[in-house]
Design a protein around this ligand. Structure first.
Ligand SMILES: *[C@@H]1O[C@H](CO)[C@@H](O)[C@H](O)[C@H]1NC(C)=O
Ligand SMILES: *[C@@H]1O[C@H](CO)[C@@H](O)[C@H](O)[C@H]1NC(C)=O
Length: 410
C-alpha cells in the first residue's frame, strides 16, 4: 500500500505540473490540493516527509508535524503554512497530484542594520532554492535601480549615500530593508570661559552592529587628553587609564558616549581635539572639535566694577539676557533711588538732631532745679561741697557716697 502510494506520488510528480511560488519570509502561505472532495483520503508531504494524512475527517500528524507544532494547518483541500522561513522552501505535494515548489525570499543586511561609516556591508535578497533569480535593488537616495542585480550586493566603505531604505524586487515581490549608517557626533566648536570646566562631546547616535573595540582622544597641544584609551578587553567597554588634574574620564561601562571633561580651562588649552573610535573589522571613525577659551564676558566685567547695591539688585535678575541699554537704565534708576534715600536720610537725621538738641536743653533746664534741691538737702559748708565734688568718682551709689563722705566730717 505504502509503496504503491509512493509510486503514485512519483508518477504524479512526473506528470503533474509543478508551480513555483515565491513568498516573503514571515508571511503565511496556503496551497490547494486540486480536485478533492471532503471525504477523500488526502496526504500532504514536504520533501518526501509526511506532514499529515487526512481521512474520514481525522488528521494524523506526520513526523515533521509533531503535536504542539502550529506550523501546518492541513485540510483535505488545502494546506496552510504559517510564518514562512527559508527552511520552509522546497517541494510540497498532496496525494491528489498538486505540487508546489516554494521559494521563501528574505532580505537582510550583514553584519547588521546599523553600521559605522566607512565600514563594509552586504545586502542580501535571498531567494531560497533559486540562486540564479535576478534581483533588482532600488537604492535609498533616489529610489533608482542599483547597478548590480545579484542576490548579494557588497557595499564598500559606507557613506551617508547608502543610508536609508533599500528595496529588493524579485518575482513580483518587494522587500524593504533599512540600512542605518552612523558617524561619530561632536560639536565642531566649543567655547568656554577661562577657569570653567567644559565637556568635549563625542558619541554615536545609537548602538551599532559592529562592536566598539577601541578609541582615544588626542590633542597636539595637550597630551594629557590621551591619558586613557577605550578598552574592550574586559567584558565591557570602558576608559582604561587615569584622570589627570586637567582631564576627567567617565568611570564604568560605556555604551555610545565617549565625552571627556576638561577642568579649570586655561587659554593654553584652546585648540583642536580629535576623538577616535575603532570598531571590530578595523573601521575607525574620528570627530574633530575646536575649543575656544574666552577671558570672561564683557557683561561680567561691567557688573563686577559696579558698586555693591547695584550688583545685588542686578545679580538675581536676568544678567545675561539684559542688553546694555536696559542695564544702564537700571543702574541709573538704582542710583537715583539711592540718592533719594540718602536725601531723605539726611533730612530725617537733621530733624532728629534738632529735636535732640531741644530735648537736651529741656533736660538741662529740668536738671538744674533738681541738683539744687539735692544740694539743698545736705547740710554742708562750701568747703565740704567742694571736697565732695573733687572725690566724686562715679560708680558708687549716691546714697552710700553721701553717707561715706559725710560721716568723717560729722
Ligand atoms: C517599501 O517602500 C516603498 C517606498 O517607501 C513603499 O511604497 C512600500 O509600501 C514598502 N513596502 C513594504 C512591504 O513595506
Ligand atoms: C575620574 O573622575 C571622575 C569624576 O570625578 C570619577 O567619577 C572617576 O571615577 C574618575 N576615574 C578614574 C579612573 O579615576
Amino acid at each position: 500500500m505504502c509503496t504503491f502510494k509512493n509510486i503514485l506520488f512519483l508518477v504524479l510528480h512526473i506528470l503533474g505540473e509543478s508551480a513555483d511560488l515565491y513568498r516573503k519570509a514571515g508571511t503565511d502561505l496556503t496551497i490547494q490540493c486540486k480536485g478533492t472532495s471532503p471525504k477523500d483520503d488526502v496526504e500532504w508531504k514536504f520533501k518526501d516527509n509526511r506532514i499529515a494524512r487526512i481521512y474520514n475527517g481525522r488528521k494524523l500528524r506526520g513526523s515533521i508535524y509533531p503535536s504542539g507544532s502550529n506550523k501546518y494547518h492541513p485540510d483535505t483541500d488545502s494546506l496552510r503554512i504559517t510564518r514562512l522561513e527559508s527552511s520552509d522552501s522546497g517541494r510540497y505535494f498532496c496525494s491528489h497530484g498538486s505540487e508546489y515548489n516554494v521559494h521563501v525570499v528574505s532580505a537582510f543586511v550583514q553584519p547588521g542594520t546599523v553600521l559605522p561609516q566607512s565600514s563594509d556591508a552586504e545586502l542580501h535578497c535571498n531567494v531560497e532554492g533559486d540562486p540564479k533569480a535576478d534581483v533588482t535593488w532600488l537604492r535609498p537616495s533616489d529610489g533608482q535601480e542599483y547597478h548590480e542585480r545579484k542576490q548579494k550586493v557588497h557595499l564598500k566603505s559606507l557613506t551617508l549615500k547608502e543610508n536609508g531604505q533599500w528595496t529588493c524586487q524579485v518575482q513580483g515581490l518587494q522587500i524593504n530593508i533599512t540600512l542605518t549608517v552612523v558617524g561619530l557626533q561632536t560639536t565642531e566648536a566649543v567655547e568656554v570661559t577661562v577657569g570653567r570646566n567644559v565637556v568635549l562631546p563625542c558619541s554615536l547616535p545609537q548602538i551599532t552592529s559592529r562592536r566598539v573595540v577601541g578609541g582615544k582622544w588626542e590633542a597636539d597641544h595637550l597630551p594629557e587628553v590621551s591619558s586613557a584609551t577605550l578598552d574592550n578587553t574586559q567584558k565591557t567597554l570602558q576608559w582604561n587609564g587615569q584622570n589627570t588634574s586637567k582631564v576627567i574620564f567617565t568611570n564604568g561601562p560605556l555604551s555610545i558616549n565617549y565625552d571627556i571633561k576638561l577642568t579649570k580651562v586655561q587659554s593654553r588649552d584652546a585648540g583642536r581635539f580629535v576623538c577616535t573610535v575603532e570598531f571590530d573589522g578595523g573601521t575607525k571613525l574620528t570627530a574633530n572639535t575646536t575649543l575656544t577659551v574666552v577671558t570672561g564676558t564683557s557683561g561680567n566685567k561691567g557688573s563686577s566694577s559696579m558698586n555693591g547695591p547695584t550688583l545685588k539688585w542686578k545679580g538675581p535678575l536676568t544678567k545675561d539676557v539684559l542688553g546694555l541699554q536696559l542695564w544702564i537704565w537700571i543702574a541709573v534708576g538704582a542710583s537715583s533711588m539711592l540718592l533719594v534715600v540718602v536725601i531723605i536720610a539726611i533730612v530725617l537725621v537733621q530733624g532728629r538732631n534738632k529735636r535732640m538738641k531741644k530735648r537736651v536743653r529741656q533736660l538741662r533746664s529740668m536738671r538744674q532745679p533738681l541738683t539744687a534741691v539735692d544740694y539743698c538737702h545736705c547740710d554742708r559748708s562750701e568747703r565740704e561741697e567742694e571736697l565732695v565734688k573733687q572725690v566724686r568718682p562715679g560708680p558708687v551709689p549716691r546714697h552710700q557716697r553721701n553717707i561715706n563722705k559725710t560721716k568723717p566730717y560729722n
